[in-house]
Ligand binder design. Structure first.
Ligand code: TYD
Ligand code: MG
Length: 450
């Protein structure tokens, strides 16, 4: 018998070493190397393709792909118009955010048109999934539930029954007995993904796998997974808010700009077709510190409320807290407000929040943050019916933003009367919407906090 060989694999970054080390030389993580048996050679991914030779681009016939409809338009759009057969999609997100719910609902919808959909769960028993299905009102005979974690059994069953869609919840729970390391280790995740990928490509079955996210927001077994699959989706949101956002981080079959908005209700996830309206639903009118920003998320305009609270600090060092956007950006905007507008924020605590638990990092948000802070400091509400957009430069100038027309249209659609925007940024006017063009933050504050 040949001597068994071991290697040591970092569970954070999949760095491999021949001996154990306390600290990973690649990513610097401590105590992250775990002993694993050297894997058997998998030839997955390197398929012999029957002697196909290089061809000129012009002669290659386009693939006539028929995408699979997953029921909710928000989900389909993020995928680039539905699920492409033979591809592997990774759905990642925090525990409890609703990944299993989303996939169960989509699988059930797809099963109405397909002959067999497999929902394989390594986390819940078939009875538990059934309970969830009953809760969200699903009942479908073409949806097959299977509580299984053994990769070999899963592979054999898929080859035998040839389902039209496979969902694996989650990649961290399935394991191959051929490898020595435990479920969730980098080698197991790599092996599981490779084999599912191979199944998807050879049998032309779409596979959606769920991936857990570690505490610092990375997919566990990180880059290994992201590189291998065709599409990476993140499902995110604050657990205490009902809104959930689905984003594409990588998509070989569509744009990564799209975003889907869902709402978690008692009877499961529903899509939010008009997110701006939802995000503005509870907005207080005529309140100091509240400003509506016209943002873009990918190719989609989104109106959100920015709130700021500025109050006298009782500590030497004032507190600055931000939720939903970049704290450094907020600090920079406050520095500009101090230096270029002369607002005295030195001894003030400042809290900035994007309402609805969503995250927006677009620079066009700058001006609305500045206005919200100024409005709270002066205790003066913003003009009513005003939507704001504009990036702020270090000299206090307002810089142009892209997609102005789309933003204006969205503001009009939601009943806003006027828009504050960078001077010279308008390509095309929207009738019925008054435009206030400004060049500097000072001008903007004068115009909006009249
Ligand atoms: P789940 O899909 O299990 O999350 P994940 O698979 O990402 O871990 O969703 C879990 C949460 O969603 C749970 O805390 C309860 C809530 N939920 C609802 O509010 N309504 C529902 O209809 C369902 C099924 C779950
Ligand atoms: Mg789950």
């Amino acid at each position: 018998m040949s001597k068994q060989k071991y290697k040591y694999v970092c569970q954070q970054c999949s760095y491999e070493a021949s001996r154990w080390l306390g600290k990973c030389p690649e990513c610097g993580a401590w105590n992250s190397l775990v002993e694993e048996t050297i894997e058997k050679k998998t030839v997955a991914g390197i398929q012999k393709n029957g002697g196909v030779r290089p061809e000129p681009l012009a002669q290659i016939k386009p693939l006539g792909v028929e995408r699979l409809d997953l029921g909710m338009a928000e989900f389909n759009r993020v995928l680039g118009g539905g699920l492409v057969p033979g591809t592997v999609v990774l759905l990642a997100g925090d525990p409890g955010i609703g990944k299993s719910t989303l996939l169960l609902q989509s699988a059930s919808y797809a099963a109405q048109k397909l002959n067999k959909v497999f929902y394989i769960s390594g986390e819940e028993s078939a009875q538990q999934i059934k309970m969830r299905a009953a809760r969200v009102g699903l009942d479908n005979s073409n949806l097959w539930l299977w509580s299984e974690t053994d990769l070999d059994a899963i592979e054999a069953e898929i080859r035998e029954s040839l389902p039209s869609l496979v969902i694996v919840d989650s990649i961290q729970t399935i394991y191959s007995a051929e490898l020595n390391s435990g479920p969730g280790s980098v080698s197991q995740i790599r092996e599981g993904t490779t084999r599912l990928l191979n199944l998807a490509k050879t049998l032309n079955i779409p596979v959606i796998i769920v991936g857990h996210v570690t505490k610092d927001g990375m997919i566990a077994g990180p880059r290994v997974l992201e590189h291998m699959v065709d599409t990476v989706l993140y499902f995110e949101g604050e657990r205490h808010y009902q809104y959930r956002i689905l984003r594409a981080i990588k998509n070989r079959f569509g744009s990564t700009f799209e975003l889907g908005v869902f709402e978690m209700k008692n009877e499961g996830l529903t899509e939010v077709t008009n997110p701006s309206q939802a995000f503005l639903a509870e907005r207080p009118l005529f309140s100091p510190g509240s400003v509506v920003a016209a943002c873009m998320e990918g190719s989609r305009p989104l109106l959100v409320e920015i709130q700021a609270l500025v109050s006298q600090s009782s500590f030497g060092q004032p507190r600055r807290m931000t939720t939903g956007t970049d704290n450094n950006r907020v600090n920079l905007i406050m520095a500009v407000l101090e230096k270029r507008v002369g607002l005295n924020l030195n001894f003030q605590d400042a809290y900035v929040n994007i309402v609805g638990g969503i995250k927006i990092l677009e620079p066009a948000l700058d001006l609305s943050i500045a206005l919200a802070i100024a409005s709270s400091l002066k205790n003066t509400p913003c003009l009513s019916g005003l939507a704001v957009m504009g990036e702020i430069g270090l000299t206090g100038e307002i810089r142009g933003v892209p997609y102005v027309y789309k933003r204006l249209q969205e503001a009009k659609k939601l009943g806003f009367k006027c828009c504050l925007l960078p001077a010279g940024n308008v390509e095309e006017k929207v009738s019925g919407l008054e435009l206030l063009e400004v060049k500097t933050v000072r001008e903007a504050i004068d115009a909006a906090l009249a």
